[in-house]
Design a protein around this ligand. Structure first.
Ligand code: 6LW
Length: 516
C-alpha cells in the first residue's frame, strides 16, 4: 500500500508535472527568478522524492537575468518518449515557450529551443504548454492563451492548441481554440491524456488562489471536439475548511499499485482565519478513481506531512547542495571562488536584499515551524541571514561595521533594531514559530521585551543572534507579512546568507522544522 505523504514536496514547488518511466517517477516544478531552474525530483516508490538536478543553471538559458518578480520560469510539462525526456515550459517576460530534452532527467538537458509560431516571427504566445503525441507521431502543444506580450498583453484566449514540428521547433498551423472549462477565470495548466482510446483534456480553472480547481473533458481526438464532464470541478477546496487550500493545476499518473493519482499544487494556510500561507504553493498528491461512465473522480487532498527534519550544511563537499538557490544569477556569480571546503565565502558588491541581484544564497522554507541558524564571520565585511519573498518583502539579521541589526522590509515599510557588535564570528537566527512560542527560554533572552506577540497570526518570525554564547533576540515580525497572500507571490519563503560589502564567510547552516 503506497503511503501518500502530503506535501509531496515541502516548500514552494508550484505547478507540478509528473511522468512515470518504468518504475521511476519524475516531477518537475516551476522556479520563476531562481537558479538553478526547474528542479527535477525522482521517486522509486512514489513516497520518497529526491532532488536529482535541474534543467538549467544559467540565467541566459531561460532569459531571466532581469526578469521582474512574478515573471520567469512558469509551469512545466514533463513527458518521456522513445528514451527521451521532453520538457516544455513558458518563461514569462523571458525567452518565451521553450522545449528541452534529455536522456537522463538528472541532466544534462539541452539548452532549450524556442517553439516559434507558424509565421516564425516569435514564440508561440501563451503559458502552461503541454506536449502530447498521437499514434502517428504528430506532436501537439496545448497551452493557455494568456497573452504575455504585445498589444494584447493580459488578454486570455482560453485553451489553445497547435501541431508542432519538433525538429525545427515551429508551429505547423495557427492556434485552434479547444474546450476552456466551465467558465472559471484563467483556464490554464492543460494536459492531454489518451486513456483506452479516449482523449481527455484536463485543465485548471478559477485562478491559483482560493478559487482554484481542476476540470476535465473528453473526445475521440487530441484536437477535440471535447465534451465537458458532468461533475466538474473534479477537485477544488474552494469554500471548504480543508487544511490544504488552492488545490488545482494537476497532472495525472499511474502509481506503483497501478492506481491513478493526481499530483497538484496547494497551500497550507495558518492564522486565525487561515487566510495566510507562510511558505507558498507546494506539491501534493491525491487518488483518482475511474468510474463506470469513463469519467474520473479525484479525491480531496488530505494533509499527511512527513515527520519534521533537520538539515545541516557545513559546506564541506566540493559541490554546493542542489537545494541552494540564487536570484537571477548563476551560482558562480554569487559564491566567491575563494570559498573552500568548509567555508562558503560571499563577496559583497554593494547590493542589498532590496536589489534584484543580491549576493544571496537561499533555500526554500519547508516547514511551518522552522528554526534556522548560520555561523558567520563578518570580520572583513557586512552580511547576514535573510528570509525573502521578493525585493519588497524580506526580513534579515545583519552584522558587521560595528553592529548587529534586525531589519524588516514590508512593502515599502522599513524598520531596524540594532545593538553594538564589533566582533567577527557570531551565529544569526531566523525562527518561524507559532504565536506565543519563543526561540529560547524567555529568561535567557537579552534585549528589550520586544513585543506583545501576535496571537492570531500563523507564525511569528524571530530575528536574533548569539554573540559569545549569549542569545540576543532583536525583533519579532508577524509572519502574515511574509505570506504568499500578503505578497501576492507565485513563489514562497526562501532564506539564507548574503553579503553587502567586503567578504563574509559562512561555515555552517542548520535548520530544524516540523509541520505540527
Ligand atoms: C502558472 C499558471 C499560474 O504558469 O501561474 O496562476 C503561473 N496560475 O498556471 C505561475 O505559477
Amino acid at each position: 500500500m503506497t503511503t501518500l505523504y502530503n506535501p509531496v514536496l515541502n516548500g514552494f514547488h508550484p505547478d507540478p508535472s509528473v511522468v512515470r518511466v518504468g518504475d521511476e517517477w519524475f516531477l518537475a516544478t516551476s522556479s520563476f527568478e531562481y537558479l538553478p531552474g526547474i528542479p527535477i525530483h525522482r521517486s522509486r516508490d512514489f513516497e520518497n522524492w529526491e532532488l536529482i538536478g535541474h534543467v538549467g543553471t544559467r540565467p541566459e538559458t531561460f532569459g531571466i537575468a532581469d526578469v521582474p518578480t512574478a515573471g520567469g520560469v512558469w509551469a512545466p510539462t514533463i513527458r518521456h518518449r522513445d528514451g527521451v525526456f521532453h520538457l516544455v515550459i513558458t518563461v514569462a517576460m523571458g525567452r518565451g515557450m521553450l522545449h528541452f530534452t534529455a536522456t537522463d532527467a538528472a541532466g544534462p538537458w539541452s539548452d532549450g529551443d524556442l517553439i516559434r509560431s507558424a509565421d516564425g516571427a516569435g514564440s508561440v504566445n501563451g503559458i502552461d504548454p503541454d506536449i502530447a503525441w498521437d499514434a502517428d507521431g504528430t506532436a501537439y502543444i496545448t497551452y493557455s492563451g494568456l497573452i504575455l506580450s504585445g498589444p494584447d498583453l493580459g488578454t486570455h484566449l482560453g485553451i489553445l492548441q497547435v501541431k508542432v514540428d519538433l525538429e525545427n521547433h515551429i508551429a505547423l498551423e495557427e492556434p485552434r481554440s479547444l474546450w476552456s472549462g466551465t467558465g472559471g477565470q484563467f483556464p490554464e495548466a492543460p494536459h492531454l491524456y489518451e486513456v483506452g482510446g479516449t482523449w481527455y483534456l484536463m485543465i485548471a480553472e478559477g485562478g491559483t488562489e482560493r478559487g482554484h480547481g481542476i476540470s476535465i473533458a473528453r473526445g475521440d481526438s487530441p484536437e477535440g471536439p471535447f465534451e465537458t464532464a458532468p461533475q466538474n470541478p473534479l477537485v477544488s477546496a474552494r469554500s471548504t475548511i480543508r487544511p490544504v487550500q488552492n488545490t488545482g493545476h494537476g497532472d495525472l499518473v499511474v502509481g506503483p499499485d497501478g492506481g491513478w493519482y493526481c499530483i497538484l499544487l496547494g497551500v497550507r494556510p495558518r492564522s486565525m482565519t487561515r487566510a495566510f500561507s507562510a511558505i507558498g504553493r507546494e506539491t501534493f498528491v491525491t487518488p483518482v478513481q475511474w468510474q463506470g461512465d469513463g469519467w474520473p473522480t479525484i479525491d480531496p487532498v488530505l494533509l499527511n506531512p512527513r515527520s519534521g527534519n533537520r538539515v545541516v550544511d557545513e559546506f564541506d563537499s566540493d559541490q554546493l547542495d542542489h537545494e541552494w538557490l540564487t536570484i537571477r544569477q548563476a551560482r558562480e556569480e554569487v559564491v566567491d571562488p575563494t570559498s573552500t571546503q568548509g567555508s562558503l565565502v560571499l563577496r559583497g558588491d554593494g547590493s542589498t536584499m532590496d536589489d534584484p541581484h543580491p549576493v544571496f544564497l537561499g533555500r526554500r522554507q519547508e516547514h511551518l515551524t522552522n528554526s534556522a541558524t548560520i555561523a558567520i564571520d563578518v570580520f572583513t565585511g557586512v552580511g547576514g541571514f535573510a528570509l525573502r519573498y521578493d525585493e519588497r518583502f524580506h526580513v534579515e539579521v545583519e552584522a558587521g561595521g560595528g553592529s548587529v541589526l534586525a531589519r524588516a522590509v514590508i512593502g515599502g515599510l522599513r524598520q531596524e533594531w540594532s545593538v553594538p557588535f564589533d566582533g567577527g564570528r557570531l551565529d544569526l537566527h531566523i525562527d518561524s514559530l507559532p504565536p506565543g512560542r519563543s526561540p529560547v527560554p524567555t529568561e535567557q533572552l537579552l534585549g528589550d521585551d520586544i513585543g506583545p506577540g501576535f496571537p492570531s497570526t500563523g507564525d511569528v518570525i524571530h530575528l536574533g543572534a548569539t554573540i559569545d554564547g549569549e542569545r540576543v533576540q532583536l525583533a519579532e515580525v508577524d509572519g502574515r507579512f511574509l505570506s504568499s497572500e500578503m505578497t501576492e507571490s507565485f513563489t514562497g519563503r526562501v532564506y539564507g546568507p548574503y553579503a553587502v560589502s567586503g567578504t563574509v564567510t559562512v561555515t555552517r547552516f542548520q535548520a530544524e522544522g516540523d509541520d505540527e
